[in-house]
Design a protein around this ligand. Structure first.
Ligand code: NAD
Length: 292
């Protein structure tokens, strides 16, 4: 909170915004939102609460009873919290999870802002995605949010690749839903099918990597086998932001691709939640100066 004393900043009028997850003490969200509140002179404070599934129901009831304006949700609560909310956005309905809750006079609405954040990051990088083909590797929380948002926002075609792990079956359901509900053509492939991976990347405009590869403990792992799967006019977005540059991004730079990390996605998912709670635009340039 900079140099402003807590007694000046927090008064009887101050409203609470929270983040409920476990573990959560490492989160950058309090810094991002509190700096934005301070910059705009908004009388809110953002605080993390260590909450897991065992105390989730009581927590939601408490937040509703206390008229808390809204909160973020992270693991392990993103899926289970949907049971305790009144409304879900279309993205949250398809995925069955949410990362943001808004409390409108006791009516709790959940949504997911990660995909909005990723689309905003593409826009900021000058990358058009409406009518384009994407290859997205990954089928976990981040990947699914991006896939659903991209399909809803007008991507023409999405090829999803994932290991045949616990995420694969969930991806099959998402693919069916998206093909039914949107005009986007979505196909799921096994990441081990390298011929398909090469073919789909060759015909894609954008490659988004939303796997755990590139971050600890997989910092030396890349989801694609080698650089020959990339070409200079392929846009490569890696959702990882710690480290700032992954091995995939290094390969992409060597090949001459436009490449960027997940910082923009992280910033704009926060900005989307901020807007839902406060009705104001997050001062993103100020937040970039502080966080990036
Ligand atoms: P998750 O656990 O839900 O999903 C993990 C995904 O990685 C799955 O698709 C899994 O199959 C895949 N995977 C794991 N090991 C792999 C390997 N060796 N090879 C290929 N694929 C592998 O996790 P998540 O929360 O979706 O996070 C995934 C990535 O997204 C992480 O890198 C995380 O940093 C990033 N992320 C970024 C943001 C952001 O705002 N920028 C937000 C959330 C997550």
């Amino acid at each position: 909170m900079g140099k402003i004393a807590i007694t000046e900043r927090v008064t009887g009028h101050t409203e609470l915004i929270g983040l409920i997850a476990y573990p959560i003490r490492h989160s950058m969200s309090p810094t991002m939102h509190n700096e934005a509140f301070k910059k705009l002179g908004l009388d809110y404070v953002y605080v993390c609460f260590e909450v897991d599934n065992s105390t989730l129901k009581d927590t939601v009831a408490g937040l509703r009873a206390m008229k808390v304006r809204g909160w973020n949700v992270s693991m392990p609560n993103k899926g289970p919290i949907t049971e305790y909310l009144d409304n879900l956005s279309p993205v949250s309905q398809i995925i069955g999870a949410c990362n943001t809750v808004v409390n409108d006079n006791g009516v709790l609405t959940g949504t997911i802002t990660d995909g909005v954040g990723a689309m905003h990051s593409l826009k900021e990088e000058g990358v058009a995605y409406v009518g384009k083909k994407m290859t997205i590797i990954g089928a976990g929380g981040a990947a699914t949010a991006i896939q659903v948002q991209a399909a809803l926002d007008g991507a023409r075609e999405i090829s999803i690749f994932n290991l045949k792990d616990k995420f694969f079956a969930h991806a099959e359901k998402i693919v069916n839903d998206l093909n039914e509900r949107t005009d986007c053509r979505v196909t799921l492939f096994d990441l081990a099918d390298h011929a398909a991976l090469k073919r789909e990347l060759d015909s894609s405009d954008i490659y988004i990597d939303a796997t755990s590869c590139g971050m600890k403990p997989l910092e030396d792992v890349v989801a694609i086998p080698d650089k020959s799967y990339l070409r200079p006019d392929l846009v490569v977005m890696d959702t990882v932001y710690a480290p700032r540059e992954t091995k995939l991004m290094k390969w992409a730079q060597e090949v001459g691709c436009h490449t960027f990390n997940g910082l923009g996605m992280m910033l704009y998912q926060g900005a989307a939640a901020f807007k839902l709670w406060t009705g104001k635009e997050m001062p993103v340039e100020h937040i970039k100066d502080i966080l990036f």
